[in-house]
Design a protein around this ligand. Structure first.
Ligand code: SF4
Length: 489
């Protein structure tokens, strides 16, 4: 075991391809994917044709744009701000859900133009940082890079270091230009790298009853649950304040609801600030939840309380789960989602007795930054439920359409994308937006009921499919799904 991955002495994060051997092209089985990592034969498979996907800069906004009292200066062309309206929607609705005054994201784009790509954009960047300070009076400013500012080689740190002294608040450079990594989840790591380097302070005293949970924007299900075992929850990073972030080193442990999201921050907090990371698969399905919370129990010395909580949850939910299993037995499901999160949904559908025809993840992390195979979410799904088909499709819609067309599942469960294609193909589907919805025993009921509801009346999607003309021809639909992916070596 080691911590080769997290290194905050460097100005920028090492990309996932190098740090974790992450890939974005694969077709095979869960057992083969795990074995190829163990044998050191896991290679990415490139594509000769790709449609659009997302980029690291967007994932940085995902984590940083909702910090209540920070501002972001994105150093790039206006086009890179295309994700901001959606981020603002998430910010406003999330604030409302957590009883924080509703406000817009505090964001400025430097609007790099053609001329700036020749003469440099540092003057614009300086002005934008000062403008952000004047306009928003933030407690910290994040300066994020884009493809254009990285290509022209603007020396961001020279500006952030200088202005930080001038304006008296942390100005944190985040290197997240889209072309830097083919794994867009590297953007999560880039934002955490900046937080670990410049914002988190060494703990003054440890708070034995507070645990960090690295999450996206989900509903607060953990506070009532953890109150039963005498713990308080500190959700990070969205919706925190800079002061809260600077004190996350005081927590008794760090948990993650998705290791593809939190891997770098959890490992970095343990390595540099001594906060133990809960090294377990995600809290999905009974098996995942039990392993996750038992690992926490060991760290915070609450093994008995945890066992009692598991027993209570199991007994409370057992009758309804049994009913749902009966109704869902053998229903075919196809899953498309981010890496670790997809493995969490696999756990849920397997425990509900459904037939997983295949899953496709947007990328694959064969290990996380703690380098502990016990925390490997795919390995855990394989061990708990047996082998299954899996691919890594990098959000390529043409591949997703092909798989849905061929597998014809009773339901598609997706995150980020794919439900519109499923609908056009007459397949019922839903987007799994709230990552806390599937947590623990209650998560099995939540998902089971939603799946049942979604497949109970298919006339709407069948009607859409009957009147819809796909842009994909029969030529494509009858091809091999991964025709444009190079052969494995
Ligand atoms: S950073 Fe690069 S990949 Fe991301 S939106 Fe801007 S130009 Fe596109």
């Amino acid at each position: 075991m080691g911590y080769n991955g997290v290194n905050i002495e460097k100005t920028s994060v090492e990309i996932r391809e190098k740090r974790l051997n992450s890939i974005n092209g694969y077709e095979g089985t869960a057992s083969d994917l795990c074995k190829s990592y163990d044998n050191k034969t896991l290679c990415n498979r490139n594509r000769s044709f790709t449609q659009c996907t997302t980029c690291s800069a967007d994932q940085v906004m995902n984590q940083l744009s909702c910090i209540q009292d920070a501002a972001i200066v994105e150093h790039g062309p206006a086009g890179c701000s295309g994700d901001i309206p959606r981020r603002n929607l998430v910010n406003r609705s999330g604030r409302r859900a957590r009883n924080i005054p509703v406000a817009n994201v505090q964001y400025i784009n430097t609007n790099l133009m053609e001329k700036d790509t020749i003469y440099g954009g540092l003057k614009k960047l300086e002005n934008a940082i000062r403008e952000a300070k004047n306009r928003f009076d933030p407690k910290a400013i994040f300066v994020t890079t884009t493809c254009a500012s990285a290509i022209i080689g603007d020396d961001i740190e020279s500006v952030t270091d200088k202005i930080e002294e001038e304006i008296g608040i942390p100005v944190v450079a985040i290197y997240c230009e889209g072309f830097r990594s083919r794994i867009w989840a590297t953007g999560f790591d880039a934002s955490y790298h900046g937080i670990l380097r410049k914002l988190v302070k060494p703990a003054v005293k440890r708070q034995s009853d507070v645990v960090n949970i690295i999450n996206f924007h989900g509903t607060d299900v953990f506070s009532p649950l953890f109150a039963k075992i005498g713990l308080k929850v500190n959700y990070i990073v969205p919706f925190t304040t800079i002061e809260q972030l600077s004190n996350i080193s005081e927590a008794a442990a760090t948990l993650q609801i998705c290791s593809s999201l939190g891997t770098y921050l959890a490992a970095g907090l343990e390595k540099y600030f001594g906060v133990p990371e809960v090294k377990a698969p995600g809290p999905y399905g009974a098996a995942g939840f039990n392993a996750w919370i038992r690992e926490l129990g060991k760290i915070v010395h609450k093994e008995e309380e945890v066992e009692k909580l598991i027993e209570e949850e199991k007994n409370r939910t057992a009758p309804r789960i049994a009913e749902l299993r009966e109704k869902l037995a053998g229903k075919k499901v196809f899953i498309g989602a981010g890496s670790a999160y997809a493995h969490g949904i696999i756990a849920i559908v397997k425990e509900l007795g459904m037939e997983l025809v295949s899953a496709s993840t947007w990328h694959h992390d064969p290990i996380f930054d703690n380098f502990d195979k016990k925390a490997d979410t795919l390995r855990s799904a394989l061990e708990n439920y047996g082998d299954f088909k899996i691919s890594v499709c990098n959000k390529q819609s043409y591949e997703l359409v092909s798989m849905l067309y061929k597998y014809k599942p009773d339901i598609y469960i997706g995150r980020h994308t794919g439900t519109i294609w499923a609908t056009k193909l007459g397949i019922p589907s839903f987007l799994s937006l709230d990552e806390h919805y599937g947590v623990g025993y209650q998560g099995l009921i939540n998902y089971g009921e939603l799946i049942l509801d979604t497949i109970s009346n298919t006339s709407f999607v069948k009607g859409i499919a009957a009147h819809n003309k796909l842009p994909y021809t029969d030529w494509w639909l009858k091809q091999e799904t991964f025709k444009f992916m190079e052969e494995s070596k």
